[in-house]
Design a protein around this ligand. Structure first.
Ligand SMILES: [Zn+2]
Ligand SMILES: [Zn+2]
Length: 241
């Protein structure tokens, strides 16, 4: 992978952000600075295998999966370079609930390192919105923080007032897909005109894809022609832990 604007220099003086050992890679952007040793970098749950281009679940030969063929989600494409597994789950927890900004920087940096931007850049990007109540509790929207780092490298305009979340649905990882889709109906709203736009939606993890579907549907109703999902990590059945 190659990013012309991403500077990588060997800086042995910086410790590995995961194990504290001697780091071998250092990645620096305008927003983040991350250092990892070879072993930690190699042990990350990289997701390299063939997958459905629409929802990023594993398939042979990168074919569309049966679910997308039968009930296609409202998003057209999913970019995911990591599986949701240790240590990403821990890092994400530290970032979201303990406001550990170093963990957030590391996660955003890994996403940038591992993900090629779409060949034709989307017209604009938005972060998965958080309900006002939850935003107040947590103090920041972690998806927006990740989106800011992506924006700084990919130079896609980041729209921060593009969409809002109207209902504060609890974390529903355990609900089945149908229940989750029902609970997410009318969860999002937009007052923007997205006519003809290709929109990139940034979120932390895609598990069922139901939130992404609901948000993509909302902006497509407002005219968007194409939606690409960009997530830090994809939950795969065997990787849930
Ligand atoms: Zn390490
Ligand atoms: Zn699929």
């Amino acid at each position: 992978m190659h990013f012309s604007s991403l500077k990588r220099v060997w800086q042995a003086a910086l410790p590995c952000m995961l194990c504290g050992g001697r780091s071998s890679t250092h990645t620096q952007t305008a927003h983040i600075s991350i250092s990892l040793c070879h072993a930690c970098h190699a042990d990350l749950p990289w997701y390299r295998s063939a997958r459905c281009p629409q929802c990023a679940l594993p398939t042979g030969n990168n074919a569309y999966c049966g679910i997308c063929l039968q009930h296609a989600p409202a998003f057209d494409h999913t970019l995911a370079s990591l599986r949701y597994a240790f240590p990403l789950n821990r890092l994400l927890h530290q970032f979201k609930y303990q406001q550990d900004l170093a963990a957030g920087a590391l996660l955003s940096g890994l996403l940038l390192q591992a993900t090629e931007p779409p060949a034709v850049l989307p017209d604009s990007m938005i972060a998965m919105p958080m309900h006002a109540h939850r935003l107040q509790q947590r103090g920041f929207n972690h998806a927006l923080e990740i989106a800011k780092v992506i924006q700084s490298e990919w130079k896609i305009p980041l729209i921060t007032d593009g969409c809002s979340r109207l209902t504060d649905t609890p974390t529903q990882a355990r609900l089945d897909l149908k229940t989750r889709i029902l609970s997410l109906r009318s969860a999002f709203a937009t007052e923007k005109n997205w006519q003809g736009k290709h929109v990139l939606i940034v979120d932390d993890v895609m598990t069922t894809g139901a939130s992404m579907h609901a948000l993509a549907k909302t902006i497509k109703r407002a005219g968007a022609r194409q939606v690409t999902a960009l997530v830090l990590a994809r939950t795969l059945k065997e990787a849930i832990d």
